[in-house]
Write a protein that binds this ligand. Structure first.
Ligand code: 13P
Ligand code: SF4
Length: 326
């Protein structure tokens, strides 16, 4: 997670992104970037941006950048009046759970997630009934209703630690089947899974990685743990988006393949211009619903505000706070 304080006006901002954003495209962003900076000051607002946001959002208007875990922590700690979530809906709901008195805005309500859509609170109750006494670990990529039925949440950045902290032989780990199988392989803990998949990461294959290795000698392959286990097994490292960014920092002289969403490589290429990134690039259509213009609109109109049923929010918060305490 990094703080950005734009200095030197929009020219300095353009210097950050110029090798990925053509000058003509930059011209189309300028009015929104200037308006957003003014609105942030007027509203006492912060923009939290996930690592999959496009460079003009991530590098030019975001105040806080990071993976799901970092964004949740920052949402809890910020004293801003307004949080704009440049990410997807479950991230905005988590921010609202952790910052119940703040106003949380999501620029497009339809910015969803195939994992969050794969499971309901009733599904979790049915799983518990089938496996009495087995703790339920829920990935943060879920609705507030599903979190409310869970014992503890996890993100890809802390899943191993969360699962191990429970001290049980078996865990119900939902809804990402691949994350559960990857963490099961790392920990030896028996995973009861749910057939939810990330529509971006499920498309990568080990054959694709083998081809890229053959074409790029010395390639270091980093895969997100939402990828199928065969893809993680074919990689050199697996971790959350922030863990991948940390890894790149330590290996900035190697050619790197990021087996994850497209904008992650774009954003890191801006930070590490001398690193050669190989990009198989699958795009998350939900993350891409967030744009400079709808961020500006969100701040101008104070829409779309994320609200939660208080009882549901309080039960979901328990599961998220239990995770943050680890
Ligand atoms: P991270 O927590 O690793 O940023 O992952 C969130 C996500 O949605 C990945 O697809
Ligand atoms: Fe959901 Fe996958 Fe998009 Fe992440 S990349 S928000 S897990 S669909």
């Amino acid at each position: 997670m990094n703080q950005i304080t734009p200095q030197g006006g929009t020219d300095a901002l353009y210097e950050r992104v110029r090798h990925l954003v053509p000058a003509m495209e930059w011209e189309t962003f300028l009015a929104d970037i200037r308006a957003i900076e003014t609105l942030k000051r007027e509203r006492n607002a912060v923009i939290l941006a996930h690592n999959y946001q496009t460079p003009e959002i991530f590098h030019c208007v975001a105040d806080i950048r990071g993976d799901s875990l970092a964004l949740a922590r920052e949402a809890q700690e910020t004293d801003a009046d307004v949080i704009v979530m440049a990410g997807v809906h479950f991230m905005a709901e988590t921010a609202k759970m952790l910052n119940p008195h703040g106003t949380v805005l999501i620029p497009d309500r339809k910015a969803g997630c195939s994992l969050a859509d794969s499971i309901t609170g009733a599904d979790v109750r049915a799983l518990r009934a089938r496996h009495p006494g087995v703790p339920v670990v829920t990935y943060v990529n879920t609705s507030a209703e599903v979190k409310a039925e869970s014992d503890i949440c996890c993100t890809s950045g802390n899943a191993k630690r969360v699962v191990e902290s429970l001290g049980t032989d078996s865990v119900i780990m939902i809804p990402d089947e691949f994350l559960a199988r990857n963490i099961g392989a790392e920990t030896g803990i028996r995973m009861i899974t749910w057939p939810g998949h990330c529509e971006v990461h499920e498309r990568f294959t080990p054959e694709e990685i083998d081809r890229m290795r053959a074409d790029n000698p010395g390639l270091v392959v980093l895969a997100h743990p939402e990828c199928p286990p065969e893809v993680v097994a074919a990689s050199d490292f697996s971790g959350s988006t922030a863990m991948m960014a940390d890894f790149v920092r330590g290996h900035a002289s190697d050619p790197i393949l990021l087996v994850t969403e497209c904008s992650m490589s774009d954003n890191l290429a801006i930070q590490y211009p001398r690193t050669a990134f190989v990009r198989p690039c699958n795009m998350c259509p939900h993350m891409k619903r967030i744009t400079l213009s709808n961020i500006r609109h969100a701040l101008e109109t104070m829409t779309h505000e994320v609200t939660l049923d208080p009882e549901l929010a309080s039960r979901g918060r328990r599961a998220v706070e239990r995770m943050l305490a680890i």
